[in-house]
Design a protein. Structure first.
Length: 281
């Protein structure tokens, strides 16, 4: 029996590759997380750094809490089962009136995972609407095979390599995912999606968390993930520690190893413009 999603929602996910909106955070929760994010960005700016750490839930206790939020995990469990790993997570932040955008792509392009049974929880920490560059998707496109992508390496592209699909996307068929702060969407890793620049005065902040069942393997080399629910009976991934405090020095060596393994397995960059579909890496 489903924990939180209705049968209609589950069927919609199967048919379209995406469901929304799902309320997972209270207004107080949203305010607390945004305050933490503001503090992190101020700290980075003071140190001359603008980026947020890769897999930030391994460095920041408040994000370690967020990826384990029971409301999020209940919905994810309804789609992929009770044994769940958090494999990755990233912020997608667009300041107002800036050209930052995401090109049409499939998340699975660089994953190297043995199955497409991967769910992204896109959690809105501000309202995300058409005016400020909300995510758009092509309903039903998750049933497609891995499509060929090229790398644009665009400075304003929020994706790691500016990857974009090499075939035409019929934008007339797209839907826009409108979310209020504290709501989330869930989408399949093969879903064709993008997000345009933020044309409004207000910034748009989303936190995208990739969840996988413990049965999945990494095909590109050694990899790690965080067990957030259930049991790991397969041991395909090195299990990651939870930080006891922000930037916990006790997990710094483990974090460096995680980053090194990710670089070897997932970020071996092909030449710009090369076809990076399927297993071509």
């Amino acid at each position: 029996m489903a924990k939180t999603l209705t049968q209609v929602q589950i069927e919609r996910y199967k048919q379209t590759g995406c469901i929304y909106p799902i309320r997972v955070l209270s207004d107080d929760d949203v305010n607390q997380y945004r305050t933490q994010l503001d503090g992190l960005q101020a700290l980075n700016a003071a140190g001359g750094r603008q980026s947020i750490p890769h897999k930030p839930y391994l460095q920041l206790t408040w994000l370690a809490e967020l990826v384990r939020n029971p409301r999020i995990l209940d919905a994810v469990e309804d789609l992929i089962g009770e044994d769940i790993l958090c494999w990755n997570a990233n912020f997608f932040i667009k300041e107002g009136r800036t050209p930052a955008h995401v090109t049409w792509h499939q998340d699975s392009t660089y994953f190297g995972l043995s199955s497409t049974d991967v769910v992204t929880a896109w959690i809105a920490l501000t309202d995300s609407v058409q005016a400020n560059g909300a995510m758009q998707f092509i309903p039903g496109s998750h049933v497609l095979d891995q499509l060929p992508h090229r790398e644009t390496l665009g400075a304003d592209n929020l994706l790691s390599r500016g990857q974009e699909i090499m075939v035409d996307v019929d934008k007339a068929k797209s839907d826009t995912i409108s979310l209020k702060a504290g709501e989330m969407s869930l989408h399949h890793c093969r879903l064709v999606h993008n997000s345009p620049p933020n044309a409004s005065e207000h910034r748009r902040v989303g936190f995208a968390v990739r969840y996988i069942p413990t049965s999945i393997k990494q095909t590109l080399g050694e990899d790690s993930a965080t067990l957030v629910r259930g049991q790991d009976r397969y041991h395909h991934f090195n299990l990651e520690p939870r930080p006891a405090r922000d930037f916990d020095p006790d997990v710094s060596e483990s974090y460096r190893k995680v980053m090194a393994n990710n670089a070897k397995a997932l970020y071996r960059a092909p030449a710009a413009g090369r076809d990076v579909s399927g297993g071509e890496r």
